[in-house]
Write a protein that binds this ligand. Structure first.
Ligand SMILES: [Zn+2]
Length: 166
């Protein structure tokens, strides 16, 4: 999937920024996507969580800002393009093949969580009683099982497809 590789390269850029800022975890990021770029925001949004797993961006909130296209009309100069009209001036219909804006894909903002040493985190963790701890473990084990089962179902349905359409 096109958007998955875009998510990975955005994450790579973000990790570089995080490194330059002394490390830590990213809690939110904003990406600007031009209306005329080939990126489908919904697909990027969907691909992001899995791509971010195991990186400092895991669990980060991804906001996408859509950037309208701006073309250069020979008569009217820079004009905001309308998606339904294509690359044409909305005022005089002249072709505006050059985009001044609207084909970008860029990292705009990055929100870093302040670095907290693990010892501090443990200090602020609620103290569980033994029963509470056991109950919590049981819930986590159950959700792991459900996740594994889902994965298994996904795999087996793929196999079925291959068998049906050799
Ligand atoms: Zn025009």
């Amino acid at each position: 999937m096109h958007e998955a590789s875009i998510a990975l390269s955005l994450i790579e850029v973000a990790r570089e920024v995080v490194r330059e800022n002394g490390g830590g975890r990213v809690t939110a990021l904003t990406v600007r996507i031009g209306q005329w770029s080939s990126v489908v925001p919904e697909a990027l949004q969907a691909a992001f969580p899995a791509s971010a797993q195991g990186t400092p961006l895991e669990g980060a909130r991804l906001s996408i800002v859509r950037v309208a296209g701006v073309g250069q009309c020979p008569q009217h100069g820079p004009v905001t393009l309308e998606l339904t009209r294509g690359l044409r001036c909305p005022l005089c219909d002249a072709p505006t093949p050059t985009l001044l804006a609207g084909d970008e894909l860029e990292l705009d903002e990055l929100e870093l969580a302040p670095f907290v040493p693990a010892s501090e985190l443990f200090r602020h963790m609620p103290k569980f009683t033994e029963e509470e701890f056991a109950a919590r473990e049981a819930v986590m084990a159950e959700s792991r099982e459900i996740a594994q089962e889902r994965e298994f179902r996904f795999d087996s349905s793929e196999d079925d497809l291959e068998e049906e359409n050799p």
